[in-house]
Design a protein around this ligand. Structure first.
Ligand code: SF4
Length: 551
């Protein structure tokens, strides 16, 4: 007898009926907003908030700002409210946004490719001193971030930035964010190809363009022709990595779908080689796939990596070729394993034109307006008009004649900007943390800086490249999952059972061609106060027991 709904049988397994739940993909007709963020973006383009800031909010003050602009669209212009001082990490998760936020803003200046002239750097430094209480952090995406910005000052800051060719356009928000570029593009002796023209063209065609200002979430891009693989291409939504094609010559290997935070994923190669002049078109194709097919139902599933996980690389490449590029891509090789573990360009290096560049390390990306202005002056005194920021929170001065290098190095070291830093200064990164970030649970910047000092004092002979990354919460702004020692901020119990600031430990993450995520050491949590003891123990034991070549 055939089974019918009225006559159930135990013989046949019950079929699971899955109700199709749309993911909010525009390309399959799901145009109705499925959450508040999508509704906010549909109601008005984030780019349009600029006019309201200039004509209303900056004149009438903080209280005049529409909440949807304040906590949504202002990001499209690089503005977030910062954390109200004095709120401890234990209250982060229980307070309402309006209780957590201060009436001052974090402002992010986008620096595509990390390229700055000394004139631009001087203006960045002056703005910091005049409007941001001296704050200016170098981020791990080559940007500069201010704090303590008043809404009343925003139009004047924009005027000054834009007068020297800088902006905050789409520095945050569900848009194409800053394009990472090799800090030594165009100057390195070992460069495979200079990606700068592609970065400029992407900026010209797609940044501030309403056709790409409503993506499912942020979209991160990296382009580098350096064999050091110096732009963390593995964790970007789209990346172009320099390779030499045996038939076609220098070009780029195409990677898609990398990203950290929830469900971290290393980007995947599509096996395609892209010549320099086609990079902007391929970028347009990939970002268009994300806009049209990206998931918009849940923000935790809205990054490109989730679509790639469901489609696979073969289908992704097929859709890119068939629907967007209307042609086939050329197959190409993978990049080679870099010869060095450090990718930050710190130290003194010869350029291909015979001059030198000098890379230096502040502590955990923290500088200030006065220091930035002094760096600009120092660079100019030594014949340079160009500086660069790196994706490791470091900086470079370019184009220095050989006989001026020692004097520049001495000037930088006098500002506590180390050209020959310890592995700890060089390899420790920290996110914004509880000082200014509304999501933070623990302090990171000061903790990271003091950790560097302690480790330098305790194990001065440690000479292995090492990365120690500190996050102030479970997000991934400082890339803890791909650090040798990743520290995720949370509240932990001390010996007396009190809740105090501390970290969940992840060990053994890496970037490069052997990229992988660190393992969460189950149950291993350290209080912030115990952190130097813990890291010292791990590193001295590693020094004693490591085998040849072991990381
Ligand atoms: Fe803020 Fe968390 Fe990101 Fe740090 S990791 S900047 S605390 S959101």
């Amino acid at each position: 007898m055939a089974a019918t709904p009225e006559t159930p049988t135990t013989a046949a397994p019950r079929r699971k009926v899955r109700r199709h739940r749309g993911e909010g993909q525009w390309a399959v007709g799901h145009l109705t907003p499925l959450n508040g963020s999508e509704q906010m973006k549909k109601d008005d383009d984030g780019l349009n908030v600029r006019t309201r800031i200039e004509t209303i909010y900056s004149k009438r003050g903080f209280d005049s700002i529409d909440p949807n602009d304040l906590r949504g669209r202002m990001r499209w212009w690089g503005l977030y409210t910062q954390r109200r001082p004095g709120i401890d990490g234990g209250r982060t998760a229980i307070l309402e946004p309006e209780e957590l936020e201060d009436e001052y803003f974090m402002m992010r200046v986008r620096i595509d490719g990390g390229r700055l002239t000394t004139e631009q750097l001087r203006v960045v430094g002056e703005i910091s001193q005049e409007f941001a209480r001296g704050t200016a952090d170098i981020t791990d995406r080559q940007n500069i971030q201010y704090h303590w910005i008043r809404i009343e000052d925003v139009p004047e800051i924009w005027n000054r930035l834009e007068a020297v060719g800088l902006s905050t356009t789409e520095a945050c928000g569900d848009v194409p964010r800053v394009v990472l570029g090799s800090p030594v593009a165009g100057i390195a002796e070992d460069e495979i190809i200079d990606g700068t023209p592609a970065i400029d063209e992407i900026h010209r065609r797609f940044i501030g363009n309403p056709a790409f200002s409503n993506l499912p979430r942020k979209f991160k891009t990296a382009i580098s022709g350096s064999p050091l693989l110096d732009v963390v291409h593995e964790i970007n939504d789209v990346a172009f990595v320099g390779v030499d094609h045996p038939e076609h010559g220098p070009g780029f290997d195409l990677w898609v779908g990398g990203g950290l935070s929830t469900n971290p994923k290393i980007g995947q190669r599509l096996g395609a080689w892209v010549p320099l002049d086609e990079v902007p078109d391929v970028f347009e194709g990939v970002v268009s796939i994300f806009r049209d097919y990206g998931y918009r139902r849940l923000r935790t599933r809205a990054r490109l990596k989730f679509l790639l996980a469901d489609w696979g690389t073969e289908k992704f490449r097929q859709v890119l070729e068939d629907e967007y590029l209307k042609r086939e891509l050329v197959d190409g090789p993978a990049p080679d394993q870099p010869l060095e573990r450090w990718r930050d360009h710190v130290g003194v290096h010869r350029q291909k034109d015979g001059r030198f560049y000098v890379g230096f390390a502040p502590r955990v990306g923290r500088v200030d307006g006065t220091v930035l202005t002094k760096i600009a002056e120092l660079a100019e005194e030594h014949g340079s008009g160009r500086v660069r920021t790196t994706a490791e929170q470091k900086m470079l001065v370019l184009d220095v004649a050989e006989d001026r290098v020692d004097s520049l190095v001495a000037g930088l070291e006098a500002l506590d900007l180390r050209v020959s830093p310890s592995p700890f200064r060089r390899g420790t990164m920290a996110c914004t943390g509880i000082e200014f970030c509304k999501l933070a649970i623990v302090d990171t910047k000061a903790r990271g800086a003091s950790l560097i000092d302690e480790l330098e004092r305790r194990i001065p002979d440690f000479d292995e490249p090492i990365t120690i990354n500190l996050n102030g919460c479970p997000n991934a702004c400082a890339r803890i999952q791909v650090a040798d020692i990743g520290l995720k901020g949370q509240l932990v119990l001390d010996d007396e059972g009190n809740q105090v600031e501390g970290f969940q430990v992840h060990l053994g993450g890496a970037l490069g061609l052997e990229a992988g995520f660190g393992r969460k050491v189950r149950g291993l949590k350290v209080t912030s106060a115990e952190l130097p003891d813990y890291v010292e123990r791990v590193l001295t034991r590693f020094q004693k027991e490591r085998e040849d070549g072991e990381r």
